[in-house]
Design a protein around this ligand. Structure first.
Ligand code: ZN
Length: 256
Protein backbone atom coordinates (compact mmCIF):
# COMPACT_ATOMS: atom_id res chain seq x y z
CA UNK A 1 0.00 0.00 0.00
CA UNK A 2 2.89 2.36 0.84
CA UNK A 3 4.49 1.80 -2.56
CA UNK A 4 1.13 2.44 -4.25
CA UNK A 5 0.67 5.66 -2.19
CA UNK A 6 4.14 6.90 -3.16
CA UNK A 7 3.42 6.26 -6.85
CA UNK A 8 0.13 8.18 -6.52
CA UNK A 9 1.99 11.13 -4.96
CA UNK A 10 4.41 11.11 -7.91
CA UNK A 11 1.47 11.02 -10.36
CA UNK A 12 -1.04 13.38 -8.76
CA UNK A 13 0.65 15.29 -5.92
CA UNK A 14 0.30 14.77 -2.15
CA UNK A 15 -3.20 16.27 -1.74
CA UNK A 16 -4.99 14.23 -4.42
CA UNK A 17 -3.00 11.11 -3.51
CA UNK A 18 -4.06 11.40 0.14
CA UNK A 19 -7.74 11.90 -0.84
CA UNK A 20 -7.48 8.81 -3.02
CA UNK A 21 -5.84 6.84 -0.19
CA UNK A 22 -8.75 7.66 2.13
CA UNK A 23 -11.35 6.63 -0.47
CA UNK A 24 -9.56 3.36 -1.24
CA UNK A 25 -8.89 2.62 2.45
CA UNK A 26 -12.51 3.26 3.49
CA UNK A 27 -13.91 1.20 0.61
CA UNK A 28 -11.59 -1.74 1.28
CA UNK A 29 -12.32 -1.73 5.00
CA UNK A 30 -16.08 -1.87 4.34
CA UNK A 31 -15.64 -4.66 1.78
CA UNK A 32 -13.32 -6.56 4.12
CA UNK A 33 -15.97 -6.43 6.85
CA UNK A 34 -18.66 -7.67 4.44
CA UNK A 35 -16.41 -10.58 3.48
CA UNK A 36 -15.86 -11.48 7.14
CA UNK A 37 -19.43 -11.15 8.34
CA UNK A 38 -21.72 -12.11 5.46
CA UNK A 39 -22.20 -15.51 3.77
CA UNK A 40 -20.14 -16.31 0.66
CA UNK A 41 -21.78 -15.52 -2.66
CA UNK A 42 -18.98 -15.15 -5.18
CA UNK A 43 -15.70 -16.77 -6.15
CA UNK A 44 -12.61 -16.06 -8.25
CA UNK A 45 -11.77 -18.72 -10.86
CA UNK A 46 -8.19 -17.40 -11.16
CA UNK A 47 -7.15 -18.13 -7.56
CA UNK A 48 -10.08 -19.92 -5.86
CA UNK A 49 -10.89 -17.08 -3.43
CA UNK A 50 -14.47 -17.09 -2.11
CA UNK A 51 -16.38 -14.34 -0.36
CA UNK A 52 -19.21 -11.85 -0.45
CA UNK A 53 -17.87 -8.93 -2.49
CA UNK A 54 -14.89 -7.95 -4.64
CA UNK A 55 -13.04 -4.69 -3.94
CA UNK A 56 -13.94 -1.53 -5.83
CA UNK A 57 -11.26 -0.24 -8.23
CA UNK A 58 -10.87 3.46 -7.56
CA UNK A 59 -8.88 5.96 -9.62
CA UNK A 60 -8.97 9.76 -9.39
CA UNK A 61 -11.08 10.08 -12.54
CA UNK A 62 -13.32 7.02 -12.26
CA UNK A 63 -14.25 3.97 -10.21
CA UNK A 64 -15.40 0.44 -11.05
CA UNK A 65 -17.51 -1.21 -8.36
CA UNK A 66 -17.14 -4.81 -7.20
CA UNK A 67 -14.29 -5.87 -9.47
CA UNK A 68 -10.88 -6.54 -7.80
CA UNK A 69 -10.23 -9.97 -6.24
CA UNK A 70 -8.90 -9.46 -2.67
CA UNK A 71 -6.51 -12.39 -3.11
CA UNK A 72 -5.05 -12.24 -6.64
CA UNK A 73 -6.00 -8.72 -7.81
CA UNK A 74 -7.86 -10.09 -10.83
CA UNK A 75 -10.41 -7.72 -12.33
CA UNK A 76 -13.74 -8.75 -13.83
CA UNK A 77 -12.32 -9.11 -17.34
CA UNK A 78 -9.42 -11.30 -16.10
CA UNK A 79 -11.85 -13.73 -14.48
CA UNK A 80 -14.02 -13.79 -17.60
CA UNK A 81 -11.03 -14.30 -19.89
CA UNK A 82 -9.64 -17.00 -17.59
CA UNK A 83 -12.88 -18.96 -17.97
CA UNK A 84 -13.12 -18.25 -21.72
CA UNK A 85 -9.51 -19.35 -22.36
CA UNK A 86 -10.06 -22.60 -20.48
CA UNK A 87 -13.61 -23.53 -21.41
CA UNK A 88 -14.24 -22.00 -24.83
CA UNK A 89 -10.91 -21.28 -26.52
CA UNK A 90 -9.20 -24.41 -25.12
CA UNK A 91 -5.85 -22.62 -24.89
CA UNK A 92 -4.10 -25.69 -23.52
CA UNK A 93 -4.39 -27.39 -26.93
CA UNK A 94 -2.94 -24.49 -28.96
CA UNK A 95 0.50 -24.65 -30.53
CA UNK A 96 3.01 -22.29 -32.15
CA UNK A 97 4.31 -18.89 -31.01
CA UNK A 98 2.33 -16.51 -28.79
CA UNK A 99 3.03 -12.89 -27.85
CA UNK A 100 1.25 -11.83 -24.66
CA UNK A 101 1.33 -8.03 -24.31
CA UNK A 102 1.26 -6.58 -20.77
CA UNK A 103 0.82 -10.08 -19.28
CA UNK A 104 -1.82 -10.19 -16.58
CA UNK A 105 -0.71 -11.73 -13.26
CA UNK A 106 -4.13 -13.32 -12.79
CA UNK A 107 -3.77 -15.27 -16.06
CA UNK A 108 -0.17 -16.41 -15.50
CA UNK A 109 -1.16 -19.95 -14.53
CA UNK A 110 -2.96 -20.44 -17.84
CA UNK A 111 -0.06 -19.19 -19.97
CA UNK A 112 2.34 -21.39 -17.92
CA UNK A 113 0.27 -24.46 -18.75
CA UNK A 114 0.48 -24.50 -22.55
CA UNK A 115 3.03 -27.20 -23.38
CA UNK A 116 2.88 -26.74 -27.16
CA UNK A 117 2.85 -22.96 -27.18
CA UNK A 118 6.06 -20.90 -27.05
CA UNK A 119 4.91 -17.89 -25.04
CA UNK A 120 6.73 -14.53 -25.05
CA UNK A 121 5.56 -12.08 -22.39
CA UNK A 122 6.00 -8.59 -23.83
CA UNK A 123 6.05 -5.20 -22.13
CA UNK A 124 7.90 -1.90 -22.31
CA UNK A 125 8.93 -2.30 -18.66
CA UNK A 126 10.82 -5.24 -17.10
CA UNK A 127 8.18 -6.05 -14.43
CA UNK A 128 5.35 -8.61 -14.92
CA UNK A 129 7.75 -11.57 -15.60
CA UNK A 130 8.45 -10.15 -19.05
CA UNK A 131 10.81 -12.06 -21.35
CA UNK A 132 10.68 -9.67 -24.33
CA UNK A 133 11.13 -5.95 -23.72
CA UNK A 134 9.46 -4.18 -26.61
CA UNK A 135 7.18 -1.34 -27.62
CA UNK A 136 4.07 -2.46 -29.47
CA UNK A 137 4.70 0.25 -32.05
CA UNK A 138 7.98 -1.50 -33.02
CA UNK A 139 7.81 -5.24 -32.36
CA UNK A 140 11.21 -6.96 -32.90
CA UNK A 141 9.67 -10.08 -34.43
CA UNK A 142 9.79 -11.51 -37.96
CA UNK A 143 6.86 -10.72 -40.25
CA UNK A 144 4.04 -13.30 -40.37
CA UNK A 145 5.61 -15.51 -37.69
CA UNK A 146 3.22 -15.33 -34.70
CA UNK A 147 0.28 -17.68 -34.19
CA UNK A 148 -1.41 -15.95 -31.26
CA UNK A 149 -1.37 -12.30 -30.17
CA UNK A 150 -2.94 -11.46 -26.81
CA UNK A 151 -3.63 -7.76 -26.26
CA UNK A 152 -6.17 -6.83 -23.61
CA UNK A 153 -6.56 -3.27 -22.35
CA UNK A 154 -3.19 -2.24 -23.80
CA UNK A 155 -3.87 -0.16 -26.94
CA UNK A 156 -5.40 2.68 -24.91
CA UNK A 157 -1.96 3.12 -23.28
CA UNK A 158 -0.18 3.45 -26.66
CA UNK A 159 0.28 6.94 -28.10
CA UNK A 160 0.00 5.85 -31.73
CA UNK A 161 -2.39 2.91 -31.60
CA UNK A 162 -2.70 2.78 -35.40
CA UNK A 163 1.07 2.15 -35.64
CA UNK A 164 0.68 -0.60 -33.01
CA UNK A 165 -2.21 -2.19 -34.94
CA UNK A 166 -0.05 -2.14 -38.10
CA UNK A 167 2.72 -3.96 -36.19
CA UNK A 168 0.30 -6.54 -34.81
CA UNK A 169 -0.91 -7.12 -38.35
CA UNK A 170 2.64 -7.42 -39.69
CA UNK A 171 3.80 -10.09 -37.24
CA UNK A 172 0.63 -12.23 -37.31
CA UNK A 173 0.68 -15.41 -39.38
CA UNK A 174 -1.84 -15.15 -42.27
CA UNK A 175 -5.02 -17.25 -42.26
CA UNK A 176 -4.37 -19.32 -39.12
CA UNK A 177 -2.96 -16.69 -36.72
CA UNK A 178 -5.28 -14.88 -34.30
CA UNK A 179 -5.13 -11.55 -32.51
CA UNK A 180 -7.38 -11.55 -29.43
CA UNK A 181 -7.90 -7.98 -28.34
CA UNK A 182 -10.04 -5.73 -26.17
CA UNK A 183 -10.01 -2.13 -24.95
CA UNK A 184 -12.10 -0.10 -22.50
CA UNK A 185 -15.04 1.23 -24.51
CA UNK A 186 -18.00 3.53 -24.10
CA UNK A 187 -20.80 1.88 -26.04
CA UNK A 188 -22.86 4.27 -28.16
CA UNK A 189 -20.02 6.78 -28.64
CA UNK A 190 -17.16 7.29 -31.08
CA UNK A 191 -13.51 7.20 -30.04
CA UNK A 192 -12.34 10.38 -28.30
CA UNK A 193 -8.60 11.14 -28.53
CA UNK A 194 -7.20 13.03 -25.53
CA UNK A 195 -3.94 14.03 -27.23
CA UNK A 196 -2.05 13.15 -24.02
CA UNK A 197 -1.74 10.30 -21.54
CA UNK A 198 -4.58 11.13 -19.14
CA UNK A 199 -3.26 10.58 -15.62
CA UNK A 200 -6.77 10.61 -14.19
CA UNK A 201 -7.63 7.63 -16.40
CA UNK A 202 -4.60 5.41 -15.71
CA UNK A 203 -2.57 7.07 -18.48
CA UNK A 204 -5.03 6.31 -21.29
CA UNK A 205 -4.54 8.26 -24.54
CA UNK A 206 -8.17 7.90 -25.60
CA UNK A 207 -11.57 6.47 -24.80
CA UNK A 208 -12.64 4.06 -27.48
CA UNK A 209 -16.15 3.92 -28.85
CA UNK A 210 -18.15 1.72 -31.21
CA UNK A 211 -15.71 2.44 -34.06
CA UNK A 212 -12.87 0.46 -32.44
CA UNK A 213 -13.54 -2.53 -34.70
CA UNK A 214 -13.30 -0.20 -37.73
CA UNK A 215 -9.86 0.87 -36.54
CA UNK A 216 -8.77 -2.78 -36.49
CA UNK A 217 -10.26 -3.25 -39.96
CA UNK A 218 -8.38 -0.22 -41.28
CA UNK A 219 -5.20 -2.03 -40.21
CA UNK A 220 -6.08 -4.85 -42.60
CA UNK A 221 -7.60 -7.33 -40.15
CA UNK A 222 -10.70 -9.43 -40.66
CA UNK A 223 -12.54 -8.75 -37.39
CA UNK A 224 -14.97 -10.95 -35.47
CA UNK A 225 -16.80 -9.81 -32.32
CA UNK A 226 -17.02 -12.37 -29.51
CA UNK A 227 -18.12 -12.46 -25.89
CA UNK A 228 -17.30 -14.58 -22.86
CA UNK A 229 -20.09 -17.17 -23.37
CA UNK A 230 -21.04 -16.93 -19.69
CA UNK A 231 -24.54 -17.38 -18.29
CA UNK A 232 -26.16 -14.70 -16.12
CA UNK A 233 -25.64 -16.97 -13.09
CA UNK A 234 -21.91 -17.33 -13.86
CA UNK A 235 -21.57 -13.57 -14.41
CA UNK A 236 -22.99 -13.01 -10.91
CA UNK A 237 -20.97 -15.80 -9.31
CA UNK A 238 -17.66 -14.57 -10.75
CA UNK A 239 -18.37 -10.83 -10.57
CA UNK A 240 -18.21 -10.42 -14.34
CA UNK A 241 -20.06 -7.97 -16.58
CA UNK A 242 -20.72 -8.84 -20.20
CA UNK A 243 -18.08 -7.24 -22.39
CA UNK A 244 -17.29 -7.77 -26.03
CA UNK A 245 -13.85 -8.40 -27.41
CA UNK A 246 -12.44 -9.22 -30.81
CA UNK A 247 -10.67 -12.02 -32.67
CA UNK A 248 -8.81 -10.73 -35.71
CA UNK A 249 -7.19 -12.63 -38.55
CA UNK A 250 -4.91 -11.65 -41.39
CA UNK A 251 -5.91 -12.58 -44.92
CA UNK A 252 -3.50 -14.43 -47.24
CA UNK A 253 -1.88 -11.39 -48.82
CA UNK A 254 0.61 -13.49 -50.86
CA UNK A 255 -2.13 -14.15 -53.45
CA UNK A 256 -3.14 -10.56 -54.05
ZN1 ZN B 1 -8.52 -14.20 -7.36
Amino acid sequence: MLRWYRSQIREHGALDATRLLWRVGWSRTATGLANKLLPEKISCPCCGWRGRKFYDYIELGYAVRHTVCPQCDSHARHRALFLWLNQVYQLKGKSGVALVFAPEKALASIWNNTPQLQVFRVDIEPARSVNLLADMQHVPITTSSVDLLWCHHVLEHVENDRAAIRELYRVLRPLTGELIVSVPMEIGTRTREYGFANKKESGHWRMYGDDFADRLGEGGFMVRTVDYHLSAADCERYGVTREQFYICQKPDTSRS
